[in-house]
Design a protein around this ligand. Structure first.
Ligand SMILES: N[C@@H](CCC[C@H](N)C(=O)O)C(=O)O
Length: 261
């Protein structure tokens, strides 16, 4: 079976064209394919399937092999994949676990529309919101030198976010409208180079807590993204877009023994 590897600002994914629905999805198999020593290596695996009302459907699994909530960078990567497969020309609508998404591609970038966000829970030392996946966001000093795994893992498993847990983002303003964001990702159980739903959450928190305006520019370990949005009269965020590069990095074939039971 063929596979494709894409990355969006260093958040990397195995993409499978599963329009014939023959991929034998199991948690153990997907975790093995995502393993960086015993498999292909990736932060997640994404199936592209047919859907009668959309250009395609995205089915996302975290690196631990469990089906996940929405993945923003994965969403941008599957849009690039669908474009490479010739499923649309410039604009697309597809279905993901959190509903319909619209996206537009250029040569350099994929811009993905995220769902409207109605509220952010601001606590004294952190904020929490769901941008398709749950995100804790904390403003810190010197984010580049902090130990994201040591700080993020206890938050990910904290009782306040049980039973599902949360992703944990640490953000620092590095310009009037620019943030540096680092993320501990649930389901990868490590820091990733970038997290699209996390970056989106971070930009909205930065708007409310740090006075940043749309578009908020984001630096991650894996590259640059930007988040644009409109704020409605009731304080919700709509016309929310996550924009940045999404690139095919290689193609290959999964040996039959990996796919056999
Ligand atoms: N990398 C993702 C987030 C994927 C979901 C996350 N690991 C979770 O389980 O909440 C992104 O780019 O948004």
């Amino acid at each position: 079976m063929d596979f494709f590897k894409y990355q969006g600002t260093g958040n990397d994914f195995i993409l499978i064209d599963d329009r014939d629905e023959t991929f034998p999805a199991s948690q153990e198999r997907i975790a093995r394919l995502c393993h960086r020593r015993f498999g292909i290596g990736a932060d997640g695996l994404i199936l592209l399937r047919n859907h009668s009302e959309y250009d395609f459907q995205m089915v996302y699994f975290n690196a631990d092999g469990a089906e996940g909530s929405m993945c923003g960078n994965g969403g941008r990567c599957i849009v690039r994949f669908a474009h490479d497969l010739g499923l649309f020309e410039k604009e697309t609508r597809f279905l993901a676990v959190d509903g319909e998404h619209y996206a537009v591609v250029t040569e350099e970038e994929v811009s993905l529309k995220m769902n409207e966000i109605s509220g952010i829970d601001h606590q004294p030392d952190y904020s929490f919101l769901n941008t398709g996946s749950p995100h804790y966001v904390k403003v810190v000093e010197d984010v580049e030198s902090m130990d994201v795994v040591a700080e993020g893992r206890p938050v990910r498993y904290d009782d306040r976010f049980a039973p599902g847990g949360t992703n944990a983002n640490f953000i620092e303003p590095i310009g009037s409208n620019t943030l540096f964001v680092r993320t501990y990702e649930r389901g990868v159980e490590d820091e990733t180079y970038s997290c699209g739903t996390g970056v989106t959450a971070s930009a909205l928190v930065a708007h409310q807590q740090l006075g940043m305006n749309s578009p908020v520019l984001i630096q991650t370990i894996g590259g640059n993204l930007r988040v644009s949005f409109e704020v409605t009269a009731d304080g919700s965020f709509n016309d929310l877009y996550l924009t940045g590069p999404a690139v095919r990095v290689f193609t290959g074939s999964i040996p039959d023994e990996f796919l056999a039971d």
